[in-house]
Write a protein that binds this ligand. Structure first.
Ligand code: GLU
Length: 906
């Protein structure tokens, strides 16, 4: 056997001996009334094969008794002591266990930051708490808050918060001590001083009373926000505070979803204590006792120790103590409260907290503290629950509305009406819909001034002031969401999008101009028409000349004419074209297929053009727009005879006042100087109608106005883009509910429906018809291009047919007169492209019939011969002159004559 195996056996046997021989006993010290903790220790010890020795202290603060019990436990040879006493008494346990070198496991917050070496504190350390609390206060953006703590307890967990009160952070922190059994006086005092945010650092046993007293003194309303340090807040029944609207945030350190051991422990605990608790209802200290036993158990798996009976009187110390303590501190263990990780001083630091909030639908986890970071994931409240959960239920809200059409109207017969019945409008209907969804009541307060920050005093006025000072709960009208306003109040989700436009008088209609008939078509169309007529004229001549059917006998009574004539001279072709355009026709009528085809396409084209022209001309001669004196902001500013303005104290006013653009600034200065600002939109509209006055108005209001005042219109583009929202005080508890309800209304199209009703139907909507501000139409090239294409395609096709016709004729002649096709083609083309001479000689004498001389005689003096001769000789000559070409097989004379002879009517 090797030495190693011997050693292994030895070690193994020693371990066996120690587990069997040493009874694994854990000591526990508790107050007599701490039943739950004692039960927890018993269950856990049983689960992990420990025996327990429990000492019960009869009275709180009995130091001597506590010290005696610690020594008794040491004498029994326990492996360590679980301390359920806490508070200052723990310091005494600490002192003795330090001397004895016995592990001392604490499960409660200790008010002293003890660095004594024997302690292991399973409760989250003050360092961990300080980090998470600081981060939460920053996230909640508390600028001032009050720390409430119980007399006799330190604020070790809130030291970072106390530092927040220094000048750099600019937060105001107040500390209030809760004393005795009645906290109400302190709380009333806090209320009188306007405290709304509270951090509560008190033990779990005081929580219930504190919550009750806070509710009794009226510190549990929507405006109040609490942050509780104790991880036991959500083990309490908070049902009675659910609908108060108060914001309560707290921690939990167990992981209820992912821990099988927790369920097992809960069942055992319920059985022992005859209770029916959920895991989340078990107090943290009870769970931590379980975790303390786990820490012992896991460490003892790694280190071999023998229990020893120790005496306080002899100042004994346990020789395995320091080893076991070190293992317990460095071993990473998983308990019911997630991972148990300690630092070198036995403090539990890397803690994972669940963050919970009390909402009207119960306790909700809103985020986590993990890896020293705050992760907020606020859950979405399903739509269906909004009405049910609403903290607005049965509340009566003071709602500001403005007498601005169509958002709010004071009914004309209002003297006979009372309360909310006096008003109607878009905003009134919208509030009603929100009230239906959220279950609140409301009373309207009329306010004309929307609110603007005074540039000198920096004070707010109007609706914004009323919301800031909580004189009203909501403001609903055409209230624009602006950054400046948002810095002092909150806005709901936007319910409308718009921009600033210019409202001005529509230019009056003028009598038609002298040449207004020309404006029916754009210039381009006119140019193309002219060009096409010229081009088509040329095409017609060409096609006419190459189509042999167009060569007609000019004297029908002569059967064998000597000449044929063609009607397509330039003048005739143009006459035919113009006659069609004018819908008059002409006596020129094409005969051959190709010219007929081209003429038909042209007729079709002219029909389309004329019909379009006539159609539009009517509109042109009846509607004639006058010219707008300005089209943009620049030209309005230049136009000295036109004044302009906006609604006073509104966002349009602020837009010009605060704009960085020089033009806006100049315009604002003039508006202000000249007193062109108006207190109400109605007044601006009336001025725009009666004076040369341009009114800067929001596009939604312009839309409303132009539906009713047909002589007004919007000029140019919008100057900006913004939205309307419902105003409420900063951090209003209603915001979330109103946002959700508004979103639902938007998605269902309810807001659009309301808009259609108040813009287009009620109170004179639809007065101006549909296209009141449409421009006169003008036919441009893009409108007429189809007709041009038909004409082009038809002409090309006709040209193609005429060329085929010509080639067929050329071919026939070349066969008949036994010449080459090419020769005939060249001769034909030469004749055609001459574009002159609408007479063609007909000489049908065959080669063999009669002498060439005779033929020449016949043809002499005729145009064609003349031309043929000149072609042959290569120059223009007198018809009487003869030419000789040495290069040809025949004399030029004889050839010319022969060609002339062949020009017969076939
Ligand atoms: N919507 C504007 C506001 O919220 C009022 C109208 C205007 O300024 O044109 O102040």
């Amino acid at each position: 056997m090797s030495v190693l195996s011997v050693l292994f056996l030895l070690l193994f046997s020693t371990r066996l001996v120690s587990t069997e021989e040493n009874l694994r006993t854990i000591g526990g010290i508790f107050y007599q009334d701490a039943e739950d903790m004692k039960v927890a220790l018993k269950i856990s010890a049983e689960n992990y094969n420990f025996s327990v020795s429990i000492k019960e202290v009869s009275q709180r603060g009995e130091i001597l008794e506590i010290e005696r019990y610690v020594c008794e436990l040491a004498e029994e040879g326990v492996l360590g002591i679980i301390d359920g006493i806490g508070g200052h008494a723990s310091e005494h346990i600490q002192a003795i266990t330090d001397m004895l070198e016995l592990p001392h496991v604490s499960i409660q917050h200790i008010d002293l930051f003890a660095k004594n070496w024997s302690i292991i504190n399973i409760f989250p350390s003050p360092i961990a708490y300080n980090k998470v609390l600081k981060s939460l206060v920053e996230t909640k953006d508390w600028n001032n808050f009050t720390i409430l703590y119980i007399r006799g307890h330190s604020l070790l967990r809130a030291t970072e918060l106390l530092r927040m009160g220094n000048s750099i952070d600019k937060r105001s922190v107040t500390i209030r001590e809760l004393n005795g059994n009645d906290y109400r006086d302190v709380l009333i005092d806090a209320k009188k001083n306007g405290c709304v945010n509270f951090l509560v650092d008190c033990p779990a046993r005081n929580l219930e009373q504190l919550l009750q007293h806070a509710q009794q003194v009226g510190l549990m309303a929507e405006e109040h926000s609490y942050l509780f340090v104790s991880p036991d807040l959500f083990t309490l029944d908070l049902e009675r505070y659910r609908y108060s609207g108060v914001n309560i945030t707290g921690f939990r350190i167990i992981d209820p979803a992912a821990n099988e051991d927790l369920w097992k422990f809960t069942i055992q605990f319920n059985t022992e204590t005859v209770q029916n608790l959920e895991p989340v209802q078990i107090k943290t200290e009870v769970l931590l006792i379980h975790d303390a036993v786990v820490v012992f158990n896991e460490s003892l798996k790694k280190v071999n120790v023998t229990s020893t009976q120790l005496s306080c009187d002899n100042y004994d110390s346990w020789k395995y103590g320091s080893t076991l303590i070190n293992f317990m501190r460095t071993n990473r263990v998983k308990g019911l409260t997630r991972s148990l990780i300690f630092d070198g001083f036995g403090q539990r630091n890397e803690v994972i907290f669940d963050l919970l909030e009390l909402t009207s639908s119960g306790n909700q986890t809103i985020g986590h503290w993990i890896d020293d970071k705050l992760k907020i994931e606020r859950p979405f409240i399903p739509d269906a629950q909004i009405g049910e959960e609403s903290i607005l239920k049965n509340k009566t809200l003071r709602v500001l509305i403005a007498p601005t059409a169509p958002y709010g109207y004071v009914k004309n017969w209002h003297t006979a009406l009372e309360g909310n019945d006096r008003y109607e409008g878009f905003a009134v209907d919208l509030i009603q819909k929100l009230s239906d969804a959220l279950g609140f009541n409301y009373e309207f307060i009329l306010e004309e001034n929307y609110g603007r920050k005074d540039p000198v005093t920096h004070k707010w006025g109007g609706m914004i002031y009323q919301l800031i000072t909580e004189k009203a709960d909501l403001a609903i009208c055409d209230l624009s969401i602006t950054a400046e306003r948002q810095s002092v109040i909150d806005f709901s989700q936007p319910f409308m999008t718009l921009g600033i436009g210019i409202l001005y008088k529509r230019p009056s209609k003028e009598p038609p101009e002298m040449f207004s008939f020309m404006a029916v078509f754009s210039k381009e169309v006119w140019y193309y028409m002219m060009l096409i007529q010229m081009g088509l004229g040329v095409i017609m001549i060409f096609v006419g000349r190459i189509s042999h059917k167009e060569w007609q006998n000019p004297v029908p009574c002569i059967e064998q004419p000597e000449e044929l004539s063609n009607q397509f001279s330039f003048a005739n072709a143009l006459w035919l074209i113009i006659g069609s355009v004018m819908q008059q026709g002409s006596e020129i009528a094409p005969i051959a297929l190709a010219p007929r085809m081209i003429t038909s396409v042209w007729w079709f084209f002219t029909m389309v053009m004329v019909a379009s022209y006539v159609g539009i001309l009517v509109a042109f001669l009846t509607v004639q727009k006058g010219s707008m004196p300005f089209q943009s902001l620049e030209s309005l500013y230049e136009h000295k005879s036109i004044s302009y303005g906006a609604k006073e104290n509104g966002s349009t006013h602020s837009f010009f006042m605060d704009s960085p653009k020089t033009l806006h600034k100049k315009m604002y200065a003039r508006m202000k100087e000249q007193g062109w600002l108006v207190p109400q939109n109605d007044i601006g509209v009336a001025k725009a109608e009666t004076e040369p006055y341009a009114f800067f108005m929001e596009s939604t209001s312009i839309e409303y106005t132009t539906e009713r005042h047909c002589d007004l219109m919007q000029v140019g583009d919008l100057l900006d883009s913004k939205t309307y929202g419902i105003g409420m005080k900063k951090k209003s508890p209603y915001k979330r509910y109103i946002d959700d309800a508004l979103l639902i209304l938007k998605e269902k199209g309810e807001i659009q429906k309301l808009k259609d009703i108040w813009w287009k139907e009620k109170r004179g909507g639809g007065n101006c018809g549909q296209n009141s501000d449409e421009e006169e139409p003008q036919l441009e090239m893009k409108n007429m291009v189809g007709a041009f294409v038909v004409l082009g395609v038809g002409s090309v096709f006709g040209l193609f047919i005429s060329i085929l016709d010509m080639l067929w004729g050329v071919f026939k002649r070349s066969v008949k007169y036994r010449t080459t096709f090419k020769f005939e083609l060249i001769e034909e083309l030469k004749f055609v492209i001459k574009f002159s001479g609408s007479v063609k000689p007909v000489n049908r004498v065959q080669k063999q019939e009669g002498s060439l001389e005779n033929l020449a005689e016949v043809a002499e003096g005729k145009d064609e011969i003349r031309s043929l001769r000149s072609i042959r000789s290569g120059r223009s000559t007198d018809t009487r002159r003869t030419h000789h070409s040495h290069s040809s097989r025949h004399s030029s004379r004889s050839l010319s004559v022969a060609f002339a002879k062949r020009r017969e009517y076939s």
